[in-house]
Design a protein around this ligand. Structure first.
Ligand code: 13P
Length: 341
């Protein structure tokens, strides 16, 4: 018997566990490696990801699933064990990023449309054989003068819905990720307004595409001011506005919400999740699906050196534990600093 979509989705957002987004494309992981002075070779990418997936304490206790990139789902550890098997052996679920990236959208200057629908049904069959039980597709919405446009929001929401339908048809749980970027100088209320608009459209299109909401996971941005906004706000304001926005848009049938970190600092991403969980009063489990906010510290500690693997694993385990505590509403600055000291 294979596990049903609903069971997998439920497990992905189990109490105190969240997702590790390790699905950086070759160009993105190169940027991350450049920052720590490591060459982005096939072997270095393998060694780095093997280090994470062999972090037994973190993987067993705090990481419900790992989002992989196409290269990684086919890659073996140094001893020949498929990396997917390391994830499964730790009781975690392998997943796969299937979109082919956000490309300039014709007819919508300054905006992007995520590509990758052609042939996706066939690709899902292969990914299922390789062990993937959930998938991710990321739509990117930027905020600026005159953008986003409805042209772009609609096209991206329709693509997310088509992807989700193909995933569910292949018995793979779709992570639906409409990311409103925090790159601009807009304030938090503009982020609220755009996030609300995008989520309303996404759930409308998911309905038209006959998606089973119980068998998906939503991966949204938090409602935050742009990085360049002069009006930065408190952790509580982010938490309150994010919950309010989601309660207005996300049906309670959705089995879980797993946030992206989107360029927030490690500790901000943790503090915001913790504050939301402490406020409570919403119908879905809320957890993390962080890329940068889980990996920046281990990348730095590792820096491409075999002798630093234990330090890299310790840094990853610490961040995973902090985010696990946040998902339970049990994190604090004191706990954060006690471990770091
Ligand atoms: P960040 O947490 O770094 O935003 O990455 C999560 C992700 O999967 C983005 O698509």
């Amino acid at each position: 018997m294979t596990a049903s979509l609903d069971e997998i989705a439920y497990k992905m957002c189990a109490d105190g566990k969240g997702l590790l987004a390790a699905d950086e494309s070759s160009s993105t992981i190169k940027k991350r490696f450049d920052a720590i002075g490591v060459e982005s070779t096939f072997e270095n990418r393998r060694d780095y990801r093997e280090m994470l997936f062999r972090s037994d304490e973190a993987m067993r206790n705090y990481i419900s699933g790992v989002i992989l990139y196409d290269e990684t789902i086919r890659q073996n550890a140094k001893d020949g064990t498929p990396l997917v098997k390391l994830i499964e052996a730790a009781g975690s679920i392998p997943g796969i990023k299937v979109d082919l990236g956000a490309k300039p959208q014709a007819g919508a200057p300054g905006e992007t449309i995520t590509e990758g629908l052609d042939g996706l049904g066939e690709r899902f069959k292969e990914y299922y054989e390789l062990g993937a039980r959930f998938a991710k597709w990321r739509a990117v919405i930027d905020i600026g003068t005159h953008i986003p446009s409805y042209t772009s929001i609609l096209a991206n929401a329709q693509a997310l819905a088509r992807y989700a339908a193909l995933a569910q048809a292949a018995n793979i749980v779709p992570i639906v990720e409409p990311e409103v970027l925090m790159d601009g100088d807009h304030d938090i209320d503009r982020c609220y307004e755009v996030t609300e608009w995008v989520l309303k459209e996404v759930f409308q299109q998911l309905f038209y595409a006959r998606i089973r909401l119980e068998g998906m996971v939503l991966k949204p941005n938090m409602v935050v001011p742009g990085k360049k906004s002069p009006k930065q706000v408190s952790v509580e304001e982010v938490a309150e506005k994010t919950i309010r926005c989601l309660k207005n848009c996300v049906p309670s049938a959705v089995p879980g919400i797993a946030f992206l970190s989107g360029g927030q600092s490690d500790e901000e991403a943790t503090a915001h999740l913790d504050a939301m969980v402490r406020i409570g009063g919403y119908p879905w489990p809320m957890t993390f699906s962080y890329g940068r906010a889980l990996q920046a510290a281990p990348q730095k500690a590792w820096s491409g050196k075999a002798e630093n693997v234990a330090a890299g694993q310790a840094a990853f385990t610490h961040r995973a534990r902090m985010n696990s505590l946040a998902a339970l509403g049990q994190w604090s600055v004191e706990i954060e600093q006690k471990k770091a000291a």
